[in-house]
Design a protein around this ligand. Structure first.
Ligand code: SF4
Length: 459
């Protein structure tokens, strides 16, 4: 097959972002070239996410735009992958007959071959296997697209929790952890290529090592990785409150490379709603985790997810959520209106909350969170924090951009040669989404661990 120009569009979470990176790498290795715009491409891949609201609707309106390109250039190949594709399978062809390829979450590694078959035969293909072949999974992870400074490393896939509203266990399959030696070897390779920070990914990362049961649990994995010379920072996401162990909390106090930030989804501040959601923890347990995390690492930033308007949620339940937010004062929050996912338990629950009520609650919740985020960010003004420089700032003007240990973005005037290093920055101003800073006249810049003269690319 001739070399194709391809464009990948990603919806959704970090897991999808990571999968798109792997997919792009696989396509490049098959001789194809990534382009920045869909109208320049011979192959458009849409990597979908089923978690967010109206996922299918958003997909079809985007596909409608790509259809116009295909009307002009019938040789354009359109592929749809990810969670929506896994869920919908061939059904997708009925609504979008101009789509050529549908591939599920377990067929990512086959995409270059599937594209070749579609283009050779002119036939549409739907490949949505239910299970991941463990041997192929290992080969799949060997493909990795690292950013110059930071990289995602998937340590486990799937989820066995079956929260009432969530489609992930149905589309990502059962929980499956990678062997620790393999993860460590991959991180060592990344560090040798110049990566200074890794984010360990899993749908439910705290239960790493349970399935299959290995010798290494998640805290032990973090401690092993922290011993890799040159690895400055370790992060992980996402944690389930029911699985956050005392040992992992201790890691925040004992392992300096483990960054002081945790994303710990609460979902609701009402025990009644949490039970209906099948989350298997109480608000009391969550608050005690927050307290212990702050004892272990006082500066820790805590972010969370919240769903408003779950079936049966009363005004009293919702107020309980706002009260918990007042007590915890999250650094950031992803908040969503409940929308039923077909096939999940919550889709069959009675007492739906009317749409206008959901909207009104979401607006109240988001207004409160904005105030808290700003308050938490403003508390850093005047403080000096080590910032890992990731690249030029989008703001331009000779500024560079990086993150504090608490995962807050800081833009400040700086030298592009600092990319990949930690620089001490005094925070001078705070907004909701980012901070501004300055370095002293004689900046404190950490060592450059990257291999000499490696050019950096940023996504
Ligand atoms: S823990 Fe619950 S919300 Fe998270 S992926 Fe698993 S089922 Fe979904």
């Amino acid at each position: 097959m001739d070399s194709l120009r391809f464009y990948v569009q990603t919806f959704g979470c970090q897991m999808n972002d990571h999968d798109s990176g792997v997919l792009a790498r696989l396509l490049e290795e098959a001789g194809h070239l990534e382009v920045a715009r869909p109208d320049e491409a011979d192959l458009i891949v849409v990597n979908t996410c089923a978690i967010r609201e109206k996922a299918e609707q958003k997909l079809f309106s985007q596909l409608g735009r790509y259809r116009l390109l295909k009307d002009r250039r019938p040789d354009l190949t359109i592929a749809v992958g990810g969670c929506v594709a896994q869920d919908a399978g061939r059904r997708l062809f009925r609504r979008a007959p101009y789509v050529d390829l549908v591939f599920g979450t377990h067929a990512l590694q086959d995409v270059p071959d599937l594209v070749a078959r579609v283009r050779r035969t002119g036939r549409r293909i739907a490949a949505t296997p239910e299970e991941q072949d463990p041997e192929r999974l290992e080969a799949f992870y060997a493909h990795h697209r690292a950013r110059a400074v930071t990289a995602y490393v998937t340590v486990m896939q799937g989820c066995d929790n079956y929260c009432a509203y969530c489609i992930v266990p149905y589309v990502r399959g059962r929980e499956l952890s990678r062997p620790a030696d393999e993860v460590v070897a991959e991180v060592e390779r990344l560090v040798a290529q110049g990566v200074a920070e890794v984010s360990l990914l899993g749908q439910n990362v705290n239960s790493y090592g349970l399935k299959p049961r290995g010798e290494t649990d998640f805290p032990a994995l973090v401690r092993r990785l922290a011993r890799i010379p040159g690895l400055l920072r370790i992060r992980f996401t996402t944690s389930h409150p029911k699985d956050l162990s005392d040992d992992l909390i201790r890691c925040f106090g004992e392992v300096p490379a483990l960054m002081p930030h945790i994303h710990l989804p609460l979902q609701s501040g009402s025990d009644r709603v949490l039970e209906a959601m099948r989350r298997r923890y109480t608000v009391g347990r969550y608050l005690s985790l927050v307290e212990r995390l702050r004892q272990a690492r006082p500066e820790i930033a805590i972010t969370s997810d919240m769903i408003v308007g779950f079936p049966g949620e009363t005004e009293e339940d919702f107020r309980a959520t706002l009260e918990v937010m007042e007590r915890v004062r999250f650094d950031g929050l992803f908040s969503f209106k409940f929308s039923p996912r077909p096939g999940t338990l919550a889709a069959r629950l009675p007492e739906p909350v009317p749409e206008p009520v959901k909207e009104e609650r979401l607006a109240r919740l988001q207004a409160l969170q904005q105030a808290h985020t700003l308050e938490r960010n403003q508390a850093l003004v005047g403080v000096v924090r080590p910032v890992l420089v990731e690249g030029p700032s989008k703001a331009g003007g000779g500024q560079v951009s990086g993150r504090t240990p608490e995962n807050k973005i800081v833009n400040f005037p700086g030298d592009p040669a600092w990319v990949g290093r930690e620089v001490d920055v005094r925070i001078t101003a705070a907004a909701v989404n980012s901070l501004r800073g300055e370095v002293p006249a004689a900046p404190s810049v950490g060592p450059d661990h990257r291999p000499g003269g490696v050019a950096c690319t940023f996504r």
